[in-house]
Design a protein around this ligand. Structure first.
Ligand SMILES: *Cc1c(COP(=O)(O)O)cnc(C)c1O
Length: 234
């Protein structure tokens, strides 16, 4: 086994062990939490190592890079997720290529994804990225505009809304992030009641705060650094 293989397998085992402990503290089952390995800016060979060790769920943030890796690893049944900020002009490259797009943050983007999914005759799973904290439109829809976007997406035959996603501030300060995680869960429950729908996924928690996110109800944690190490170019 190469050093990189040893390192990655050890890291992901540690993450899964910590997930199990957080679940125990929260009275949840570890099967309720999916570990997404966020492989952006890391080599396709790293993905392959974890795949060979049995891991399937990977997250990518950059369209070109993600599609190139999908091409390179096309023989593998990887569960790909798109989690990065998505420009409208790239929506059509993404539709149909990922198990879920976590970063839907505008009506325009939803419409474009639906249009492309319709052309491909597929149903694209999506999550709405909610801005529970930061200013500016880079970090998701506001709580005020969330209901209108949920309602609009209900009308799209080729999109399936499976949950909400958040990227809170306070990286490295898990307790600082806790209220934002709790808020996202509350919003999700609010949307379920308001529209009579099920939103099974809460995509929240990263390297610095996934334990707290699990305590607050996360069903999918997005972990990069703790699995792969520091991203090249950072
Ligand atoms: C990069 C990224 C992550 C992973 O962050 P780490 O701190 O490295 O675990 C999670 N979510 C999103 C949206 C990201 O862009």
């Amino acid at each position: 086994m190469s050093n990189r293989e040893k390192e990655l397998i050890e890291n992901i085992s540690e993450v899964k062990e910590e997930v199990a402990q957080a679940c125990l503290r929260a009275g949840r089952k570890p099967e309720e939490v999916t570990v997404m390995a966020v492989s952006k800016l890391h080599a396709a060979s790293d993905i392959e190592i974890l795949y060979n060790a049995g891991h399937r769920c990977f997250g990518e943030s950059y369209v070109q890079e993600a599609l190139a890796k999908q091409e390179e690893l096309s023989g593998l049944d990887i569960d790909w997720h798109f989690i990065g900020g998505l420009q409208s002009k790239k929506a059509k490259q993404v539709a149909g290529k990922f198990s879920a797009v976590h970063s839907v943050d505008s009506s325009k983007l939803a419409g474009l994804l639906n249009k492309k999914a319709e052309a491909l005759d597929v149903v694209q799973n999506i999550l709405i990225q909610v801005n529970t904290a930061c200013e500016g439109q880079k970090c998701g829809v506001t709580e005020e505009t969330l209901p209108a976007l949920v309602e609009e997406i209900q009308g799209y035959k080729n999109l399936k809304l499976i949950g909400l996603m958040a990227l809170p501030p306070f990286f490295g300060d898990p307790e600082g992030a806790r209220p934002y995680f709790a808020r996202l869960r509350m919003l999700s429950e609010g949307m379920e009641k308001l529209f009579g729908i099920k939103l099974p996924e809460l995509s929240m928690g990263m390297t610095g705060d996934f334990r707290v996110a699990i305590e607050e109800g996360s069903t999918m944690i997005r972990v990069g650094t703790k699995i792969f190490g520091t991203r090249p170019g950072y």
